[in-house]
Ligand binder design. Structure first.
Ligand code: SF4
Length: 355
């Protein structure tokens, strides 16, 4: 173990404080920040606008670490999945989902997850620990290393254009580190991803929704997956703690006074569980009751070994989507990606652990 301080994950102010303690001028913090987050540099010796003796001091006191890539899979449709390992040997997954001229990187916030959604493969892996802010940020930096997106490209030319905080873990069970990480990822002098291009998805930890969203300015997605508490509690036991009404009230508060705040409700289509037309009608009534500006993302279920659910039929998914759209809600059906690689979140990790 080293007693050096890891730089990735420190805020700009923290870096500045450290440099001042070392007798350096505050503006050096900005230069160092740009090397770390604009150029993606990992070698102090290449930080050419810093004096040689400062580079040596930095080397003596700090580290710049990326998680190790343990496994990598690329699908026929170019979806890429990485299994990443941190310093203590803990592992998480990250996925890149490309579109024509852009794409989203899906990052993780915890090792395992305590929420235990019954349809989720990660939910079957117990929570081990929260990720630090640096471990959250450095996942995206690995994606940029892989695609050669350093120095930070402009918003128009970047290929890794969006971030979805939807990987392993419940972000609102780790809000401090998630807030810090998102503020680093969106900083205009570094990685500079627009807040509007980041979506954080939660299982609905109601008391943390408004504060976390306000502290980050990113977009909100809720894993709803059911039109009533009875069904939701069956597939997401966390619903007993934070029932639908509490979540939707938090959503109302989040939207109040800001017409630009749109919410996406994720809805996994599970055969004979939540996919009937009655379920769609109930869902529409719920949205109207709370007057939310929202759209749906209907997700065909991708079964994994040992899961108890079946995917809805295409016919049911279409009828469900049509009902929502007739009621005025956008309800695109998510196109399944990376079907030929282990696509369900958590599967690559499980497979590696078995082998
Ligand atoms: S869906 Fe998300 S919140 Fe639910 S168990 Fe999986 S990782 Fe956790």
């Amino acid at each position: 173990m080293t007693d050096k301080t890891e730089l990735i994950g420190l805020s700009k102010t923290e870096i500045q404080e450290k440099l001042i303690q070392m007798g350096e001028k505050p503006f050096r913090a900005k230069q160092l920040w740009q090397w770390l987050y604009f150029h993606g540099e990992t070698d102090f010796d290449k930080m050419s606008n810093l004096a040689k003796d400062l580079r040596q001091k930095l080397k003596n006191n700090f580290t710049i670490t990326r998680p190790k890539i343990v496994a990598e899979q690329v699908s026929k449709d170019k979806t890429r999945k990485w299994l990443l390992e941190f310093q203590d040997g803990q592992r998480v997954e990250m996925v890149y989902i490309p579109e024509d001229d852009r794409g989203a990187v899906c990052i993780s916030t915890q090792v395992g997850c305590a929420v235990g959604c019954r349809f989720c493969h990660t939910g079957s892996q117990k929570l081990t620990r929260n990720l630090t802010a640096g471990e959250i940020v450095s996942q995206f930096m690995v994606a940029r290393d892989t695609y050669g997106e350093w120095p930070s490209p402009t918003a128009e030319t970047r290929y890794l254009s969006n971030i979805v905080v939807m990987g392993m873990g419940e972000p609102l069970h780790n809000p401090e580190n998630v807030i810090k990480a998102l503020n680093i990822l969106t900083d205009g002098e570094g990685i500079a991803i627009s807040r509007r291009r980041i979506t954080m998805s939660t299982s609905g930890i109601a008391p943390k929704i408004v504060s976390t969203l306000k502290a980050t300015g990113v977009r909100l997605a809720i894993s709803l997956h059911a039109p009533n508490n009875q069904i939701r509690s069956k597939i997401m036991p966390i619903n007993d703690r934070f029932p639908i009404e509490e979540i939707l009230k938090a959503c109302q508060e989040y939207q109040s006074g800001d017409g630009s705040r749109y919410i996406t409700f994720e809805y996994l289509m599970l055969k004979d569980v939540n996919d009937s037309l009655d379920n769609a009608r109930e869902l529409i009534a719920l949205m109207k009751k709370y007057k939310l500006r929202a759209s749906f993302n209907l997700i065909p279920f991708n079964p994994w070994p040992g899961c108890i659910f079946q995917p809805s039929t295409e016919k049911n998914i279409k009828a469900f989507a049509d009902a929502l759209e007739k009621a005025g809600f956008a309800a695109p059906v998510r196109v399944a990606r990376g079907q030929d690689i282990l696509a369900a979140c958590g599967q690559l990790k499980s497979q590696k652990e078995k082998s």
